[in-house]
Design a binder for this molecule. Structure first.
Ligand code: ZN
Length: 341
């Protein structure tokens, strides 16, 4: 069930459109209905998949089609297909899982379709969406998880591409709720940094987006609790590299934990050297201002054996989101109960 909240209704009203089309599987909260009625926006029911039925009043279809067929768009489509193949070959995605997107212009993004294996996509499978996730061009319906990608783009303007997948080792940390302990391998420290665990929220939901958005500026790779991994980069390949480095790190830790390790990791002052290198490369890291002694204060092996307290989860959503979140959660539970009955 795709619930349209007050916030989403307000964003739609701001476009100046006077008709909101509600597709199959979409539900409007009472406050969203109030926003529409106070702006004289007509609510129309249509057949179609959830979340894809909103019209885009401001986009000129011919211009969008031209943009969608531009040389740059075609190059990115090919790159997305290539990275999709690499995700599948490395077993980072299974079934129809995972998704990829790339910023094309300030407010348009190319993204992978829903219900397609990422290993076998063709450039014509790729769609164009706006910053609200509304489809502007392309025949295949866009991924439902685009909302999480868009949250990363909003949270960090430097993000040019986003890759989301379910690689087994990193996802194992995500389902265990364990943040991979730092200070063990320079590759991760320099090119990725701290990899936090975001609390579980329904994939593609507004709550998921609200959790991820504030984390983007400080983290290029985030474990999504009970779900998978999402990474951003300055190109599709760069975002994919963050995914590879994150999963390789988690995999190595799982193997090393079986060797009864006694060595406690990279010394704190050497960690500062790594962070210096990273800073010169212009990569974000929330640890730049930490004292050396605080960089490696956790014994990584104690974290992995469950003896030390786990690393903290990501930031909580802002207070403003709470009431709408609650509405959505209650609605989801009601719908679930109804469908079971
Ligand atoms: Zn997913």
């Amino acid at each position: 069930m795709n619930v349209v909240t007050q916030k989403e209704a307000e964003a739609f009203v701001a476009t100046g459109a006077k008709e909101y089309r509600v597709g199959t599987g979409m539900l409007l909260t009472p406050s969203a209905r109030d926003v529409f009625s106070s702006h004289q926006v007509k609510i129309v029911s249509v057949e179609g998949p959830s979340g894809s039925a909103s019209p885009v009043p401001s986009a000129d279809p011919a211009k969008m089609e031209e943009l969608f067929r531009s040389e740059e768009a075609e190059r990115i489509k090919r790159e997305i297909c290539d990275i999709g193949r690499r995700l599948w070959q490395r077993e980072y995605v299974d079934g129809n899982g995972g998704n990829i997107s790339c910023r094309l212009t300030e407010n348009t993004f190319l993204c992978t379709p829903t219900r397609v294996s990422k290993g076998f996509m063709k450039p014509e499978s790729i769609s164009l969406v706006d910053g609200e996730g509304r489809q502007l061009a392309g025949t295949a319906a866009r991924t439902s998880e685009i909302t999480t990608h868009l949250a990363l783009y909003r949270g960090e303007p430097k993000a040019r591409a986003v890759v989301h997948a379910h690689p087994v080792h990193a996802t194992a940390f995500a389902i265990a709720g364990v943040e991979p302990p730092p200070c063990l391998i320079p590759e991760l420290e320099v090119f990725v940094g701290r990899v936090p665990v975001a609390p579980y929220k329904t994939p593609g939901s507004a709550e998921m987006a609200a959790i991820i958005e504030p984390m983007a500026a400080q983290h290029q790779s985030i474990l999504m609790g009970n779900h998978g991994v999402i990474c951003w980069g300055d190109s599709v390949e760069d975002a994919y590299f963050k995914m590879e480095i994150t999963d390789a790190y988690c995999r190595t830790l799982i193997v090393a934990a079986h060797l009864n390790p006694s060595h406690s990791g990279i010394p704190a002052e050497k960690m500062q050297d790594l962070l210096e290198i990273k800073k010169r490369m212009g990569l974000p890291d929330p640890r730049y201002n930490l004292e050396a002694v605080r960089l490696c204060e956790i014994d990584p092996w104690e974290v992995l054996s469950g003896k030390a307290s786990r690393c903290s989860p990501g930031p909580a959503p802002g207070l403003a989101d709470v009431s709408e979140d609650l509405v959505r959660e209650i609605t989801d539970q009601v719908m679930k109960a109804l469908s079971q009955g």
